[in-house]
Design a protein around this ligand. Structure first.
Ligand code: NAD
Ligand code: TDX
Length: 332
């Protein structure tokens, strides 16, 4: 049984990964997380104490990282500054965490010869036109648009350089937009659900024709586990579940599922540089590793997510007012 070091394990996707690893395998997990505004210890409740430990620390701090990586069999790197809108307000933490933090982990993994898996995003490929029949593949050229996606693109390049130059045993995955429980209320779907629960209205950027390729967080993580266990070293796997929808359609679906009129939302200022469309071709992952998603019906996954936010107000309430105040300052 292996010892996994999971960075960013108190965040949305990382915490789901920790629950999945401990629930479906006999591996042990150590989480390294700085508990920034996005990290929440409450997302890691109910885990087996004999196989789980938590360290609060910064991935850009070599002293913290070195000892933890030396004790691990696998590093799974989720930690990041993850929100595009924040990167437009202040890019600096994105450079430190996403670039310097990744560099610090790579150096430790190189020195201690530890297997490394890198979590990244489809946003590194920029965007597609709405009428483009194509999707992103592992061969698509990098063309990031925002400080967030540029910092993730840079971190991907570092990983590939460490594989080629130093023989690091690494794999990479680039996933599309995740949804599900425990997602921070700054993100699109939880923001709209909690606005409605608060008696307010959803907020759509611009005309809302931008398309995102939605995947349930459980499906993202089942793919990550497959790649760690069976993926080829040095390879990049794209993770997606053919879930393309435009933002307007998603807001209308949330409103209907919550018993509201489907047009009861506000148009607000668009995001500067707003990517038009993301779409993932996951055929390499499906054909080479035999992965398939479990959540095939977006509307029922969305209904379950709405139910989770209804039932877990104590988890999201402390963040809501500050998030809305920051959006209001941008006319969003
Ligand atoms: P999140 O913002 O919910 O969580 C990020 C976690 O990283 C938090 O717990 C935070 O405390 C921690 N963290 C931040 N800076 C740190 C630092 N310097 N040191 C240690 N910990 C730090 O993010 P998420 O949505 O769960 O995303 C996780 C990863 O998945 C990111 O790498 C992101 O780029 C990638 N990704 C996200 C999506 C998505 O739809 N959310 C899609 C594809 C890829
Ligand atoms: O209130 C809103 N209204 C709105 O119309 C918000 C918060 C967002 N939007 C739009 C912008 C995007 O087109 O919804 C779409 C989704 O927005 P986000 O949830 O901010 O996600 P996105 O920018 O697409 O990035 C996400 O997917 C890729 C994650 O946040 C990233 O971490 C991941 O890399």
């Amino acid at each position: 049984m292996a010892n996994y070091l999971v960075t960013g394990g108190a965040g949305f996707i990382g915490s789901n990964f920790v629950h999945q690893v401990l629930g479906t395998t006999g591996h042990s997990v150590t989480v390294l997380d700085a508990l920034t505004y996005a990290g929440n210890r409450a997302s890691l409740e109910g885990l087996p104490v004999d196989r789980f430990s938590f360290v609060q620390g910064d991935i850009a701090d070599p002293d913290v990282v070195n000892d933890l990586v030396a004790a691990a069999d696998v590093v799974v790197h989720f930690a990041a500054e993850s929100h595009n809108d924040n990167s437009l307000r202040d890019p600096s933490p994105f450079i430190r965490t996403n670039l310097v933090g990744t560099f610090t982990l790579l150096e430790a993994a190189r020195h201690h010869e530890v297997r490394y898996h890198h979590i990244s995003t489809d946003e590194v490929y920029g965007d597609l036109e709405l009428d483009d029949p194509g999707k992103f593949t592992p061969e698509t050229a990098y063309r990031p648009s925002s400080p967030y996606s540029a910092s993730k693109a840079g971190s991907d390049h570092l990983v590939r350089a460490w594989v080629r130059s130093f023989g690091l045993e690494a794999t990479l995955s680039n996933c599309s937009n995740n949804y599900g429980p425990y997602q921070h209320v700054e993100k699109f779907i939880p923001r709209q659900i909690t606005n409605i629960l608060d008696g307010g209205r959803p907020k759509l950027y611009g005309a809302g024709l931008n398309v995102r390729d939605w995947i349930h967080v459980e499906d993202h993580n089942s793919a990550v586990l497959q790649i760690i266990e069976h993926g080829r070293i040095g390879e990049t796997y794209l993770i997606g579940a053919d879930g393309e929808r435009n933002n307007k359609t998603v807001i209308e679906a949330i409103l209907s599922l919550m018993g509201q009129e489907p047009d009861a939302y506000d148009h607000v200022n668009d995001r500067p540089g707003h990517d038009l469309r993301y779409a993932i071709d996951a055929s390499k992952l499906r054909e080479e590793l035999g992965w398939t998603p479990r959540y095939r019906d977006f509307e029922s996954g969305l209904a379950a997510t709405i139910q989770w936010y209804r039932a877990n107000e104590s988890w999201w309430r402390p963040q809501k007012a500050a998030v809305e105040a920051a959006y209001a300052a941008q006319g969003q």
